[in-house]
Design a binder for this molecule. Structure first.
Ligand SMILES: Nc1ncnc2c1ncn2[C@@H]1O[C@H](COP(=O)(O)OP(=O)(O)OP(=O)(O)O)[C@@H](O)[C@H]1O
Ligand SMILES: [Mg+2]
Length: 276
């Protein structure tokens, strides 16, 4: 792939950006190595064959003119079903912007984002929202829980949008919270929970619609190292059950649990490696 370029916040014309993109150079097939799981076990044959998320020549410019910032530039990569990938880069390199683009929380300035084969840039906002709700769960550094809602209500929230009956919502949310060892804190408010407990509630909320893809932005960033390890263990467990996970971080030490690392700098992909 291309090497890191010097930092420049000058937006580039879309046509120029498109010409610079290269296709599939960073897929694990291109890397020519077989995938292994984070704990060193070979990935069973047949796994990771289905493309689930693809960025094609994606750029994101904030603002315009002299004050414009090219937060993501010419980004191409493919994530396959069941992969646990880390996106690693220093502060300001575009990780959160990239996560928002992959999660359909924001639109690229140029380029395309495919989810399970659907070109999301060519569908309506309502269809994007439906696809996001069905396919993607988010976990954020700051937990992003609603402070006036209990743990249970926070986890139920995504189901309310789909008009799932109360009884069913309660049952589902309770089961997921219990699975994450939060059964004893169902009716606590976020302010009454520890950081690790809050993040477990946020993970439960991300799981409530049983999404195939989990996007996590610095999920251990606000946690002490022991609690961070516990959250990483949950992420590894979710991967073991077959979910596709993209873990965005500046922390090199988190890469150890992942099987592929996408390194970014100044909004560009610097290197994509399969970890064996
Ligand atoms: N809404 C915005 N408007 C203008 N510029 C923005 C906006 N959001 C982000 N940026 C800029 O885009 C670049 C990438 O920001 P981003 O938040 O994606 O970085 P990051 O890698 O997640 O950083 P951190 O590790 O500190 O969270 C930065 O230069 C930032 O200042
Ligand atoms: Mg960020």
């Amino acid at each position: 792939m291309t090497g890191a370029k010097s930092a420049s916040s000058k937006p580039q014309p879309a046509g120029k950006a498109a010409a610079m993109c290269t296709q599939a150079a960073n897929s694990h097939e291109a890397a020519g190595t077989s995938l292994h799981t984070g704990n060193g076990k070979p990935v069973p044959p047949g796994m990771h064959e289905r493309e689930i998320l693809r960025l094609e020549c994606v750029s994101k410019l904030y603002g315009s003119g002299e004050s414009g910032v090219a937060a993501i530039r010419d980004m191409d990569f493919t994530i396959h079903n069941g992969e646990l990938t880390s996106v690693l880069g220093p502060s300001g390199s575009g990780k959160s912007t990239l996560l928002h683009l992959m999660g359909l929380l924001d639109k690229p300035t140029t380029g395309k984002v495919y989810i399970a084969g659907t070109d999301t840039t060519s569908i309506s906002d309502a269809d994007q929202a439906r696809l996001r709700g069905k396919m993607i769960g988010f976990v954020f550094q700051a937990f992003n829980l609603i402070s006036s809602f209990t743990a249970l209500e926070n986890v139920e929230l995504p189901l309310m949008i789909y008009d799932v009956p109360k009884e069913e919502r309660r049952k589902k949310a309770t089961a997921i919270l219990e699975r994450l060892q939060m059964g004893h804190r169902l009716n606590h408010l976020p302010s009454q929970l520890s950081g690790g407990e809050r993040q477990r509630v946020a993970i439960a909320r991300a799981l409530i619609n049983d999404p195939e893809i989990i996007l996590a932005d610095e999920p251990t960033g606000n946690l002490d190292s022991k609690t961070g390890e516990e959250v990483l263990k949950i992420i590894e467990d979710l991967h073991q059950e077959g979910r596709t996970i993209i873990l965005v971080t500046h922390d090199e030490s988190l890469v150890k649990v992942t099987e592929k690392v996408v390194r970014i700098r100044d909004g560009r992909l610097v290197k994509s490696e399969v970890l064996v």
